[in-house]
Design a protein around this ligand. Structure first.
Ligand code: HEM
Length: 113
């Protein structure tokens, strides 16, 4: 459902960070089911959404975040979805495709506590 090019466009199977920003109707599409639906609609979706928003906001405001080099050196590869397990929601990345970040204090900010 989440790869339907009729709904998500010809680049449906690629990561497009602007997809939802460019088309606000997508969030209300019946094909957008990150938390499943019907009788088994995820009851944790409200807490999950809030937690993700808070986490992203705190990380971006309080820390300087950079993509770390790949463990063997060079650039990390973009994580691929593990499509071997059928899911009703969002796919996890392939094992070993974690995104590794260097996280430090924001330059110029000092801790006053
Ligand atoms: C980003 C985080 C989350 C995602 C993407 C997610 C996604 C989903 C999806 C897709 C389903 C339906 C599974 C299916 O169709 O077989 C589901 C069910 C469920 N989720 Fe979540 N979930 C998240 C967080 C949470 C949290 C934080 C809780 C609890 C606090 C939770 C509790 C549940 C439960 C109990 C079910 C089963 C509902 C039932 O079978 O009646 N989930 N979730």
């Amino acid at each position: 459902m989440h790869f339907n090019p009729v709904v998500y466009g010809p680049d449906a199977d690629t990561f497009n960070p602007m997809r939802f920003a460019n088309n606000s109707k997508l969030q209300r599409s019946t094909s957008w089911r990150p938390f499943g639906g019907g009788n088994i609609h995820c009851p944790g979706r409200f807490i999950a959404r809030r937690e993700v928003y808070m986490f992203v906001a705190i990380v971006l405001f309080r820390f300087d975040v950079k993509l770390a080099p790949a463990p063997g050196g060079g650039k990390q590869r973009f994580p691929c979805l593990d499509t071997s397990i059928p899911l009703g929601g969002i796919f996890a990345p392939l094992p070993g495709d974690d995104v590794i970040l260097d996280v430090g204090p924001v330059p110029g900010e000092s801790c006053s506590q």
